[in-house]
Design a protein. Structure first.
Length: 192
């Protein structure tokens, strides 16, 4: 009987652990902590002291002194004369609050998007100008190429006509020489 119980537990325990591990992921739920809340500015260090004002998250203050987890602060914005009071130390941070950082980053992102849009417009305009210039250069190149081809044909034609001229001139000189030779021969033969 003990052996049967051990065999059953050998099966039940691994199955239970396996089921627990499989279900474990559904127990967790994703959440985010907010950086925005209002804290109380009090007359003295302690929750029993009167609340002077509720301060929004991200409000800048000067820390004047610290005492038992409380800080005496002076507000930097708004009130004239500057309001002073006590805030729990855990509510003060030396970094810029996330809300202000996010706002600053959103503004920078908007500026960068505008800059990118402006650069894209300038680039597109330059491409259009260069494309027009390239078309003009291509047209000029094609016109010049046609002119060169025409001039090359004319040059070959002139060379050919010059060679013909020299050939005809040579033929005439030869013909004249033959005729002079025949005339001189006839005269020589008439002297004998």
């Amino acid at each position: 009987m003990l052996i049967i119980i051990i065999k059953v537990w050998r099966v039940i325990i691994p199955m239970t652990i396996g089921l627990c591990l499989m279900v474990q992921t559904s127990w967790a739920e994703k959440a985010y902590v907010t950086d925005w809340f209002r804290i109380s500015l009090r007359r003295g260090p302690g929750i029993e002291n009167k609340i002077l004002k509720f301060l929004p998250s991200g409000l800048p203050v000067d820390v004047l002194e610290s005492q038992d987890g409380w800080n005496r602060v002076r507000l930097l914005e708004g009130e004239q004369p500057a309001l002073e009071g006590w805030i729990m130390s855990r509510y003060l941070v030396t970094r810029l609050p996330w809300e202000h950082q996010a706002r600053s980053l959103r503004e920078e992102n908007a500026r960068l998007k505008e800059k990118i849009a402006r650069i894209n417009e300038e680039w597109a305009e330059k491409v259009r100008r260069e494309l027009g210039s390239t078309r003009q250069l291509k047209e000029n190149y094609e016109a010049t190429l046609k002119t060169v081809q025409t001039l090359t044909k004319e040059n070959e034609s002139l060379r050919s006509s010059r060679m013909k001229k020299w050939f005809v001139t040579g033929a005439l000189v030869l013909l004249c020489g033959v005729m002079i030779g025949l005339v001189v021969r006839k005269r020589k033969s008439s002297y004998y």
